[in-house]
Design a protein around this ligand. Structure first.
Ligand SMILES: NC(=O)c1ccc[n+]([C@@H]2O[C@H](COP(=O)([O-])OP(=O)(O)OC[C@H]3O[C@@H](n4cnc5c(N)ncnc54)[C@H](OP(=O)(O)O)[C@@H]3O)[C@@H](O)[C@H]2O)c1
Length: 230
């Protein structure tokens, strides 16, 4: 059975990706730092959509990530798909010259280092897959092409750096497919209710990269199943 771990899967885009992959026959691991919310999401998916297991994981905490990899390996011997979806916009992320070092550090800790940390912890399990895939959920806000518009600078820089993690991992792991995705502006707690896309639309390219795209598609940044500029 194919396996997938999605971080930050207790709500929003991550939960929708987990639901869709369970429906496609994956054993999904619903990664969440909040055990109550994570267990609830995993149980709801298991009830209707397919095989789903809660995995406690705080991507900003290396001890939690190591423990999660150990727990995963007690249940499954390989990981086919890792979706580094967990992300934050830290309160106060409003103006580049006013953000504090701590705000910047906390943002990078989750959005950039978190993805690298989880990939590192699960890489041996991924190596046991016939076609390992890592999908980093990035943002158009991290694109350098076109310049910045001043919105949430620490968040945007953390996604630019996450895209750097993607290309470095793609180079280091030639048998893997490692890509960044922009889900678009999606109606979640982060995106808000005025966003233009549903969670189903936001999850689409991530699910496609997890289950359908060519294994040699790697080191790219995609939106709507198409490559976009960095
Ligand atoms: N929504 C958009 O318009 C949009 C646009 C571009 C990119 N994205 C990206 O898409 C991804 C998902 O966002 P979303 O819109 O679904 O946001 P969301 O509804 O706010 O969900 C974010 C998820 O990340 C989790 N998370 C945050 N820090 C974590 C940590 N240290 N360890 C584990 N989980 C953590 C949250 O857990 P808690 O519930 O415990 O806080 C939550 O499950 C993010 O990477 C975001 O940057 C979103």
């Amino acid at each position: 059975m194919k396996t997938a771990l999605i971080t930050g899967a207790n709500k929003g885009i991550g939960r929708e990706v987990a639901r869709q992959l369970a429906a496609k026959g994956f054993h999904v691991f619903v990664g969440a730092r909040n055990a109550k919310a994570g267990r609830k999401a995993a149980d709801e998916i298991a009830k209707t959509w397919g095989k789903s297991t809660f995995l406690e994981i705080d991507v900003a905490d290396s001890g939690s990530v190591a423990k999660a990899a150990h727990e995963f390996s007690n249940i499954e011997d390989h990981l086919d798909v890792l979706v580094n979806n967990a992300g934050v916009v830290v309160d106060g992320d409003t103006a580049i010259l006013e953000i504090s070092d701590d705000l910047f550090r906390n943002t990078l800790e989750t959005n950039t280092l978190g993805a690298l940390r989880v990939t590192r912890a699960f890489v041996q399990l991924l190596r046991r897959s016939k076609a390992p895939r890592v999908i980093n959920v990035s943002s158009g806000g991290g694109q350098l092409t076109g310049g910045a518009d001043g919105w949430s600078p620490a968040y945007c820089i953390s996604k630019t750096a996450l895209n750097g993690v993607t290309v470095q991992l793609a180079a280091a792991l030639p048998k893997f497919a490692v890509n960044s995705v922009c889900p678009g502006w999606v109606r979640t707690e982060m995106g808000g209710e005025n966003a233009s896309r549903s969670v189903e639309e936001g999850a689409d390219t991530i699910v496609w990269l997890a289950s359908e795209s060519a294994q040699d598609l790697t080191g790219k940044f995609l939106r709507d199943r198409k490559e976009i500029p960095w």
